[in-house]
Each structure stands twice: as structure tokens, then as C-alpha cells.
Design a protein around this ligand. Structure first.
Ligand code: ME8
Length: 517
């Protein structure tokens, strides 16, 4: 049985339409999924939508509709965008599905049975945008406004159910300290640790149904619903069909837990790195292996906003995909910024990166190689023979790519992974300049040398395209087809040098990445 690999994105709120930020996390998760599938792992990739809570109620009221109708409408936009971006999720969970709601109740009941939840009184400030209670001191420091959206905090006083977060926080600190892979990158890990060490309160995990009827009912109290974050976080576990509640989803995918990586944005780190693991510890469920928090995108130097006109919406993404291809968009997002750091979306830089690395880099290498094989060897990949010493650098760059790829992916270091590909492209272009095959072609006595040079180029391009597949599935497949190679081969074998058979028929190709003015 193959080793499993389970990756998740946040489940996105349906109060607003999808945009570049959602696409970023989802494209990253898709890239990991495609990479580890090709590396022979048994992959499960989950995304979905978060459909309960006050945000959705308010957004629905503003649009004169019901939360369910709003969710049903917005979810289509997410699904369509994922299809447009060639996302290969294995499951899509909506928190309003019975398979999820039933299991949330089951998990919460289990917490009640274990005495991890107790009834208490809450009096204090509430941030309705974040759906979070705020301590008196934090509220005062921020002039009784939300630290996130600046809206006034609301005073709440009510009976509620509390989870014993204070009991688990010291154990979590120990766990994070002993497991450096648990929260990544390291700056985020440090951030969580220092905040945890300042101390936490027990977590209020229910909301009064009179104020908020749109949620999963508390199994032990019909006057309350489960706090939306407890409901939402559970999706990573409930979608696997656990625990047994007697339906078709039961234990279906048990083997995927614990999750390999929860990909999230930095905005929701605390929920994932503190609440979720403490709930899991209280339920005696193993913790996810890694929570990776990436940075945030601004757009053209400013925070994205519809009123500023710099909002990278689904429509803008569609336009970019139309102009540059969806693969170029995927490439840009993972290449322009180190995953984990903030980034700025900038059309000029998009074009520059596209022209330099894709049009002049990968695309040009493919076309000059195939043209030369077409012209000098009738379109049939020549057999490498005579040793050409300069080719060693190309083979080395290919070996480095093969040897570092899995480590970079396991670390979500997409940019470094792509750099290793570009290094191979550059080494091969340099090799062509050094060996001047177009000059050798005029000299019949150099025929063997020319054959080795062009085999080396074609094999290097094949390896470039092979490793580009997780990020650029369409373009890589199109490029491989030009070399007469089918897409989808696993890295274990196809990553080795020399897999391109001599005699393979090269097709004439349209430029893979036409240059943009
Ligand atoms: O927080 N740059 O959902 P959400 C980068 N439902 N990433 C961004 C971004 C930006 N400008 N804007 C959003 C929620 N994101 C909860 C999650 S999970 C159990 C519940 C991405 O619709 C990023 O991944 O507000 C962020 O974490 C996510 O969208 C938040 O999406």
C-alpha cells in the first residue's frame, strides 16, 4: 500500500466571492497533490466552503436572501473557479452538508462526555467580523474596535458553553516545542509560542441561537449552536468519514489521518495552531503533521479593495488566464513570492516573469531544441554517443533538481523548486551557447558530437517539463507531447537521466509561451 498524503485548504466563507487569495492557497494545495501523486503517494486533497456563522447571515441579509440561498449561489463560483484553474481536489466539503453537521455534533458530544466542555457565563466584547470574543484589555487597546476590520466591538452577556483550552495550552506548548515541523514557517511558530505563553482563557464554543440560529445545534443544548470555528475546523476530520455514525462515509478514508499539511493564510493561524490541536488532544485524536501559514497578497502595492479597483477577482483571474494561460497564472503565484511571505500582485512583474522565464526560458529552449533536431536529424531524437564534457553541467543540474524536488515540496518551498527547474533551463541554454550546435552542423565530421549535444538538450527539456507538471499541467503535457513523451509519468523512473528514447519523433510545435509585448 502506498504511503498516504493528505493536504487541505481552508474552507472558504461564502459571504464573498472568490479572489486571488483563495486561489493562492488552492493552487498551492493542488501543486502539492499533483507532485506527491507523481511521486507515488496515495493523495487526498480537500477543499470546501464554510457556510455557517454571523458573517453569512449578515451577507445574506444585505442581499435580501437567506443564508442557504447565498451559500448555494456562492459555492458555484468557488467550484467553477477551481475547475477553471485545473484544481484536482478529491473532495469538496460544505459545512451545511449532513455528513459534516452530524459528525460535528458527534465530536462535540464526545467533548461533553469527556468533561472537556462546561457551562459558564460570558460577559464581554465580541468581534462580529471575526466571530471572536475579545478580552477587555485587547478591546481597550484597540479603542473597542475590531483589530481586523475596524468595526465597533459589540457587548455580549450570555450563558455559554466553554472548552477547557487552559487545560490543554501547556501541553500544546510542549508539543510545539518538541515538534519543529508542526507550525511553519518558523517565524509563525515563534509567534504562536510567544502568544500562547502569555496565557489563554477557556474557549467559548457555543453561540446563543436567538442571536445566531445559522449553525450546527449543540448536541447537549438546543438553545445554542456550535461556534463557527469549531464547526469549520472539524471539516478536515469529518470529511474523511470519521467517526462512525452509520452512513456511507463511515471510515471511508480513515487511512489519511493524521493530515500531512493544513495550508492556511496567516490570518487564521491561531485558530489552526491553537484551538484545533487542543480540541484534537482533548478527543485523543492525533494532530496534523504540519500547519503551514502563507503570507498575504496585496495588489499593485495596496491592500486589495473593490473600491480601489485593484481587486483580483475571478473575472480578473479569467482575463489573465485568457491572456497568459492558466498555467502561467499558477506559475506566477508560486514563483513571484516565497511561500510564507507576503507578496504584491503586479501586472508588470507578471509580464516580466512570464517573458523572461517562460517565453525566453522554457519555451525558447523547447523550440530551439526541437527545431535543431528537426533540421539536423529529420525530427528524430539522435542517440547520444561521443562524450561532450560541457554536458556534465546539464546532467548535474538535472540531478540537483531530481534530488531536491521532494524536499522542497515537503517544505512548501515552491519558489526554490521552480528555481531548480530554471537552473536546469539556464544550464542547458548556456550549454547550447558553449557548444554551438548550429555551427557543428555544417561539419560532417562533428556528427557524433552534434548528436550528443542535441540528445542532451532534448533530455534536459523533458526533465524540465516533467517537473513543471505539478504547477503547469497543461503546458507541460503539451511540451512533452512535442517530444513524443506522454504526460503523467512518476518521478521515480522518469526523473532519471536518459529516459528519453533515441529515435523518438519530435513534433513541430507552436511556441509554448508566446512572448508578450
Ligand atoms: O477564514 N492573500 O475563510 P476566508 C492571501 N472560513 N491569501 C488570502 C487572501 C490574501 N489577500 N485573502 C484570503 C476563513 N486568503 C474561514 C476558514 S478553515 C477551517 C476556515 C486566503 O474565506 C487564505 O488562505 O476568509 C486565508 O486563510 C483564506 O483565504 C481565508 O478565507
Amino acid at each position: 500500500m502506498n504511503e498516504t498524503y493528505y493536504v487541505t485548504t481552508p474552507i472558504y466563507y461564502v459571504n464573498d466571492v472568490p479572489h486571488i487569495g483563495h486561489s493562492y492557497t488552492t493552487i498551492a494545495a493542488d501543486t502539492l497533490s499533483r507532485f506527491f501523486r507523481a511521486a507515488g503517494r496515495d493523495v487526498r486533497f480537500l477543499t470546501g466552503t464554510d457556510e455557517h456563522g454571523i458573517k453569512i447571515v449578515k451577507a445574506a441579509a444585505e442581499k435580501n436572501t437567506t443564508p442557504r440561498e447565498l451559500a448555494d449561489e456562492v459555492v458555484v463560483g468557488f467550484r467553477d473557479l477551481w475547475a477553471d484553474l485545473n484544481i484536482t481536489n478529491d473532495d469538496f466539503i460544505r459545512t451545511t452538508e449532513p455528513r459534516h453537521e452530524d459528525r460535528v455534533q458527534k465530536l462535540v458530544q464526545e467533548l461533553v462526555d469527556r468533561d472537556e466542555i462546561y457551562e459558564g457565563e460570558y460577559a464581554g466584547w465580541y468581534d462580529e467580523g471575526q466571530e471572536e470574543y475579545v478580552t477587555e484589555s485587547a478591546a481597550r487597546d484597540n479603542k473597542y474596535k475590531s483589530g481586523i476590520n475596524g468595526q465597533p466591538l459589540v457587548k455580549y452577556q450570555e450563558k455559554n458553553w466553554f472548552f477547557r483550552l487552559t487545560k490543554w495550552a501547556p501541553k500544546l506548548i510542549e508539543y510545539i516545542e518538541a515538534n519543529p515541523e508542526f507550525v511553519k514557517p518558523v517565524s509563525r511558530r515563534n509567534e504562536v509560542l510567544s502568544k500562547l505563553k502569555l496565557g489563554v482563557d477557556d474557549l467559548c464554543i457555543s453561540r446563543n441561537k436567538e442571536k445566531l440560529p445559522w449553525g450546527v445545534e449543540m448536541p447537549n443544548d438546543p438553545t445554542h449552536v456550535v461556534y463557527v470555528w469549531i464547526d469549520a475546523l472539524s471539516n478536515y476530520y469529518t470529511s474523511l468519514g470519521l467517526p462512525e455514525i452509520g452512513d456511507e462515509w463511515d471510515s471511508r478514508s480513515e487511512k489519511y489521518w493524521p493530515c500531512d499539511v493544513h495550508l492556511i493564510g496567516k490570518d487564521i493561524l491561531w485558530f489552526h495552531a491553537v484551538y484545533w490541536p487542543c480540541v484534537l488532544m482533548a478527543l485523543d485524536i492525533p494532530l496534523p503533521k504540519t500547519i503551514f501559514a502563507h503570507g498575504w497578497w496585496t495588489s499593485e502595492g495596496k491592500k486589495m479593495s473593490k473600491s480601489l479597483g485593484n481587486f483580483v477577482s475571478r473575472e480578473v483571474i479569467a482575463e489573465l488566464c485568457e491572456e497568459y494561460s492558466r498555467d502561467a497564472f499558477r506559475y506566477y503565484l508560486l514563483r513571484a513570492v516565497n511561500f510564507g511571505q507576503d507578496g504584491d500582485f503586479c501586472r508588470d512583474l507578471f509580464k516580466q516573469l512570464y517573458n523572461s522565464e517562460l517565453a525566453n526560458g522554457v519555451g525558447n529552449l523547447l523550440s530551439r531544441t526541437t527545431k535543431m533536431i528537426g533540421k539536423y536529424f529529420d525530427g528524430s531524437v539522435p542517440q547520444a554517443g561521443t562524450d561532450v564534457p560541457e554536458a556534465a553541467a546539464v546532467r548535474e543540474a538535472a540531478a540537483t533538481l531530481r534530488d531536491t524536488a521532494a524536499g522542497f515540496m515537503a517544505d512548501c518551498a515552491f519558489n526554490k523548486y521552480l528555481q531548480a527547474i530554471i537552473d536546469l533551463v539556464n544550464a542547458t541554454n548556456l550549454f547550447i551557447e558553449q557548444t554551438e550546435p548550429f555551427r557543428l552542423a555544417k561539419d560532417e565530421s562533428q556528427r557524433d558530437r552534434l548528436a550528443t549535444i542535441l540528445y542532451t538538450c532534448a533530455e534536459a527539456v523533458r526533465i524540465v517539463l516533467l517537473y513543471l507538471q505539478p504547477i503547469m499541467p497543461d503546458k507541460a503535457a503539451a511540451g512533452l507531447a512535442v517530444l513524443g513523451v506522454s504526460a503523467g509519468a512518476g518521478f521515480a523512473e522518469a526523473g532519471q537521466w536518459g529516459q528519453l528514447p533515441a529515435g523518438a519523433n519530435i513534433q513541430t510545435a507552436q511556441p509554448l509561451f508566446p512572448r508578450k509585448q
